[in-house]
Design a protein around this ligand. Structure first.
Ligand code: SDX
Length: 377
């Protein structure tokens, strides 16, 4: 086995894309030319979905038609419900999301069509269905009744309502909508790349999104926000942070929610999520999780800044979601509910100008060996 550190395709350009630009040094994130701060302040997730898919912000009639299409698509097919009800109640929600997406591929009338129109329809349907599956799974595994979505309300409002059964307040909806915008795309991250590799074989959109969901699940990628929450629960209280971090340092353990292949400054999404987490904590009179998170940053950051390691998108999303009453194992599915827009925008690009991905490896194994009878081995 080679002891050379794998490149992980660092700095390797594999596609030209006009969807998302990241300035890792300055900590900037841009969707189709719009800075993320501008979009989070002024746009809705539905507007950003249209922007990522189509390249421009929607007109009012385009936005109305997208909202209508999402509302129409937000209905649970009976077959899908039967599949979910057969799953063990302790199934990992990301595994459930992958199973549901593959099942939707058996039910979607356009599943095997590869025309741009069919792919746009499927992208809208999946963007409507992933939140439905995520929230429904939480209710099925707890024995709660399923709730119908409200076609007059936004995707963010519906997610919070269908998860908790309570009508969410305006600030919670605004914050959750902003979190969905922040997670919607991020250039060629692992799950998006995985989707593009699958699509490049001319496999269909549902199959490519399944690849992406399974890739996002990993704790080095989308699963990091759940790992941050587990760390905070392990720590337990603000008073314990210093000793806990001392132990992490002694054990040379990685701190989840820190580090990034591209950002060598604080992730601009972490900056925004930090403010959200603080405000949510104050409004809920539960600032403990935010304060613990900030204390972890205060202690850990100075020890790794020289390596260009800073908080990433997952670091403050954990405390923000927790204070919103969202269970920890729902954090990564929420990431998927948002990133399905970015994944499908990249799939449109891949299908439009495609070549199969086939990198090579540096062979470091033995050569010139001859077969021997098993008695002589
Ligand atoms: C996401 O790519 C994207 O855009 C992803 C994402 C998106 O929106 O799609 O931004 C979402 O996935 C964010 C990242 C979430 N993951 C985590 O928080 C897990 C913890 N972070 C690390 O595992 C790591 O930083 C990665 C996976 C994010 C990046 O890995 P790299 O670029 O391969 O870096 P590396 O593992 O080679 O680390 C370089 C050095 C190493 O030290 P040395 O061996 O060189 O001495 O930095 C160290 C690492 O040990 N390091 C850390 C660290 N992350 C890297 N040390 C302590 N704690 C950490 N979190």
């Amino acid at each position: 086995m080679s002891d050379k550190k794998p490149s992980g395709l660092e700095d390797v350009v594999v596609a030209a894309s006009s969807i998302c630009y990241i300035d890792g040094k300055r900590g900037q994130l841009v969707y189709r030319g719009y800075d993320i701060d501008d979009l989070v302040k002024n746009a809705s997730f539905e507007e950003v979905a249209w922007l990522l898919w189509n390249g421009n912000l929607p007109t009012q009639s385009e936005l109305d038609s997208l909202r209508h299409d999402l509302a129409v698509a937000m209905h649970f097919p009976r077959h899908l419900l039967e599949v979910l009800r057969e799953l063990p109640f302790d199934s990992n929600p990301m595994r459930v999301l992958a199973i549901a997406t593959a099942t939707l591929g058996t039910l979607d009338p356009d599943a095997d069509s590869m025309t741009p129109e069919a792919n746009r329809k499927k992208a809208i349907r999946l963007t409507a269905m992933l939140p439905l599956v995520t929230t429904a799974w939480h209710r099925i595994r707890n024995g709660y009744d399923l709730l119908e979505s409200n076609p007059e309300k936004s995707l963010a409002w519906n997610f919070l309502y269908m998860l908790t059964g309570q009508e969410p307040d305006d600030y919670a909806v605004e914050t959750f909508d902003a979190a969905l915008i922040l997670h919607a795309d991020h250039e060629l991250n692992a799950s998006t790349f995985s989707a593009r590799v699958t699509a490049a074989t001319l496999s269909d959109l549902h199959s490519s999104v399944c690849s992406a969901i399974n890739t996002l699940k990993g704790p080095l990628h989308g699963g990091a926000n759940e790992a941050v929450m587990r760390m905070l629960e392990d720590i337990g209280s603000l008073d314990n942070v210093d000793a806990y971090m001392e132990q992490m340092r002694a054990d040379k353990k990685k701190v989840m929610g820190f580090g990034h292949r591209v950002y060598k400054a604080k992730d601009p999404r972490a900056v925004i999520l930090e403010g959200m987490s603080e405000e949510l904590g104050k409004r809920a009179n539960d600032t403990k999780w935010f304060e613990m998170t900030r204390r972890v940053e205060e202690i850990f950051q100075p020890t790794v800044a020289s390596k260009g390691i800073y908080p990433n998108v997952d670091f403050y999303s954990a405390s923000a979601y927790h204070v919103m009453g969202i269970p920890g194992d729902m954090f990564t599915p929420i990431f998927a509910c948002s990133r399905v827009v970015g994944w499908t925008a990249h799939l449109f690009e891949q299908y439009a100008n495609n070549r199969i991905f086939r990198p090579s490896s540096d062979y470091v194994g033995p050569t010139g060996r001859k077969w021997q009878p098993v008695s002589e081995r």
